[in-house]
Each structure stands twice: as C-alpha cells, then as structure tokens.
Design a protein around this ligand. Structure first.
Ligand SMILES: *Cc1c(COP(=O)(O)O)cnc(C)c1O
Length: 425
C-alpha cells in the first residue's frame, strides 16, 4: 500500500478528501483506498501491484467485466473518428432504439451524461407535465445528488423532508416527502393528505443504495395503483437495476409499467452516461418539441454511446448465456457466504436480486433503511478490511450493493469463500 498511501496524501492536498466521489475515501471503514492502475475481467490491480477480485464493478456499470474486448474494440473504432461533435450521430439513434427494444416501458429516450442528470430531468418532466411540485421518495434510496433528492426522512412515519446536506434550500426540501421503503401504507397516507400536490413517486425498484433490498410483493404494484389514482407519475430509477437484475430491467422482472425510467451505469459500459426513458407524450414535453428545458454539451457523447451500445448488444446477443451465468454464479456465491457465516455463528443476512447482493451483519431480514442501519458496523469493518487484505475488493461501506460480472468465474468465487472462512471476525 506504499504508493497508494503516498498518492492519497498528495491527492488530499488538491482534491477534497483525495477523491472525486465521497465514498471512495474509505470514510465508513477507515484506512487508505488502493489507487487503481488497471483492471481486466473480474480483477483490478492497484498501483502497488496487488490484485483483487472486484465486487464493486465501478459501482455497477461493469456487468461484462473490465476491459471487455467488444467494448474496447468499439471504443478504439470510435475514437479514431473524433471524440465529440455537439451534433447528432447515428449511434445515438441505435442506442435509443436498443433501449426502447429492451426496456418495456420505454418509447423514447433522452441521453444525458450521468444518473444524477437523468433523475433531475425526470423530475422536471414530472413537475412540468403535472403542474405539481411535490415528490415522494423513499428513505435510504439514492437518486443522485440533485437538491430535491438529498432529503432524508425523520424517523417513523412519513414526514416533510429535511435537507440532508447544507446547501439544499429548506423550501425545496419541503417539497420532497419521504416514506420507508416497502411501506405502502405510509405512501397511501401521504397521498390521502397531499395527493393533489404530488407530481411523482420516484423509487429504486430494488433498493441498491442501502445494500440490496428487494421490493415486498405488492409494493411496486401498489405504487403504480396509487400514482394512477391521484394523477401522479411513477418514476423507476433504474440507474443501478437497469439491465442488471434482468435482461428487461427491474420493470421486466416485476411486470410493472412506470411512466418514466432513469438509466445510467450499465448503458454507458463504464463511460459517463445517463438517460431518461418513458412514454412518448412525456418525453415529447422536452425541448425542442415541448416547453420543458433540458440540454447538455456532451450528451450522447460518441465514446459513451459506443461503449454502451457494445455492452447492451452483447447482453442482448448472449442473453441466456450471460444472465444464466450471472444468476448461477451469484446464487452459488451468496449460498456459500451464508453457510460460511452461519458456521461461525456470525449474525448475517445475505440478500440478492440477480447479480446484485448485500451482506448485512444483523439477525433480521432487511426491508428498509431502518433495518439496514441495524447491521453491525464494526463487524462490517473487520469483514471489509480482512477481505481487502486477502485480495477481495468490496465497497467500503455497509450500505452499498455488491456486483458479480459475467467475467467472474468459480476460481474467483472460491478465492472469496476461502478468504471469508479465514477471516478474524
Ligand atoms: C448511481 C445512481 C444514481 C446516480 O448516478 P450518477 O451517474 O452517479 O450520477 C442515481 N440513482 C441510482 C439508483 C444510482 O444507483
């Protein structure tokens, strides 16, 4: 860790906390983050030459594994023709077509440069189209760092939001109403009280920013019914779950038809991207067709689009092989993780949907953020650092999902389990 330690000290002089996204700084677990030099398949290598089996996958995008040949070939071919034109390109149309073909509710797509921009845009469409200002989000769900989404609920019943960051105006945060994930009753109460003011409900259909919390049966269906009844929109934030939990995304897995869907991560194949997809009359509210303004200098960037297209085409063309393998490997991994922790009488829950999963150090199933917060933080720290020292790279926070890629194999899974069995927990 010598070079990483030195780089981290230097980084902190010029970059706040030494990182360009906070959780990378290892705040929740302490210590020095390895600086990464390269990655290939399911493994990443740091600047000190240590190799790790990677379960972060750049926080979700790398479903095919790192440096996938099809993605690299597409990037090489594209970059030779220039990197940005600020004008329409053929590949953008191909990507929009492919997204509409694969994501059941998508009729049109607007590409942006990050998941944050995608949710901001979805929210503006919802407000503009309904003429209402309030939104409902769920405690522990993350929708990027725009003002309206940086709001945490007070504990207990749904309440008017308080900003969870300085710099978010209280008057804006007051428009964000929050409820516990999986608590349809709380949402029904909010609608009974303020239904006529609510533009949209936004939800991660599988909550992946508090570990991995599947929707309880009836929860998503209930959100669809309530929003319809009150004339509000249902926004599925599938920035993480899109193409991850199912070839048709979470909406395909659960059979729900949201009005708007936000995408990111996988659809950029490891390059910056985001997208709002959804029903034609809503997307056509966007400029230049409609009056709702949204724009971006690098939106639909040729390199991001090329990497995304190569990724989505590979997922489509090898759908059964890839998603079958992801399901099988991840199931095997979480089963063995559960068995290893049970053998050692460590309290735990391993929750999984497809190739995303989370390990919680708690006795009870996790249905919402309050449950997730019961996970033992000290146990997580020992788990995290023990795994890292043994060449297994998990996210440095107990509230992040872990990801298996199509490049993982049984050797990687076995190495993970062997390390876990030897941990001093
Ligand atoms: C990652 C994520 C975002 C934000 O995307 P960025 O590209 O980091 O801005 C939004 N919503 C969900 C569900 C995410 O997982």
């Amino acid at each position: 860790m010598e070079r990483s330690a030195r780089l981290f000290e230097n980084a902190k002089r010029r970059i706040p906390g030494g990182v360009n996204s906070p959780v990378r700084a290892f705040g929740p677990v302490g210590g020095v983050p390895p600086f990464i030099a390269s990655a290939n398949g399911c493994r990443i290598t740091d600047v000190d030459g240590r190799v790790y089996v990677d379960y972060v996958g750049s926080w979700g995008p790398m479903i095919l594994g790192h440096a996938h040949p099809a993605v690299l070939a597409a990037l090489r071919e594209t970059i030779e023709r220039g990197t940005s034109f600020g004008a329409p390109t053929e590949a953008e149309v191909d990507l929009a077509e492919l997204i509409c073909e694969r994501v059941p509710s998508a009729e049109m797509v607007r590409l942006v440069s990050s998941g944050t921009e995608a949710t901001m845009t979805a929210l503006r469409i919802a407000r503009g189209a309904t003429g209402r200002d309030a939104i409902v989000k769920f405690e522990g769900c993350y929708h990027g760092h725009a003002d309206s989404f940086l709001v945490a609920a007070g504990s207990g019943a749904a309440t008017h939001g308080h900003p969870s960051s300085p710099g978010v105006p209280a008057s804006l945060a007051a428009l964000t109403l929050t409820a516990p994930f999986n608590d349809l009753g709380a949402v029904a109460e909010i609608f009974a009280r303020s239904g006529k003011e609510i533009a949209a409900v936004i939800v991660e259909p599988v909550a992946g920013n508090m570990g991995c919390v599947p929707p309880q049966p009836g929860f998503l269906e209930g959100l669809r019914a309530l929003t319809k009844e009150y004339g509000a929109l249902l926004i599925f934030d599938e920035v993480m779950t899109g193409f991850r939990v199912h070839p048709r995304s979470a909406q395909g897995l659960y059979g729900i038809d949201p009005d708007l869907t936000t995408l990111g991560k996988i659809i950029g194949g490891g390059l910056p991207i985001g997208a709002v997809a959804g029903k034609r009359p809503l997307l056509e509210q966007l400029a230049p067709v409609g009056p709702i303004y949204q724009a971006g200098t690098l939106s639909g960037n040729p390199l991001s689009v090329a990497a995304g297209l190569a990724t989505l085409r590979t997922l489509r063309d090898q759908e059964e092989t890839i998603y079958g393998k992801l399901e099988e490997l991840t199931r095997s991994l979480v089963t063995q993780v559960g068995a290893a922790l049970r053998d050692r009488a460590v309290p735990h829950q391993v929750q999984r949907v497809g190739s995303m999963f989370a390990i919680y150090f708690t006795d009870a199933l996790v249905h919402n953020f309050a449950d997730a917060k019961r996970s033992d933080a000290n146990l997580f720290k020992r788990f995290f650092h023990g795994m890292l020292a043994g060449g297994i790279y998990f996210a440095p926070s107990p509230y992040e999902a872990a990801f298996v890629s199509a490049a993982h194999d049984t050797a990687a899974i076995t190495a993970t389990i062997n390390r876990l069995k030897r941990l001093d927990l």
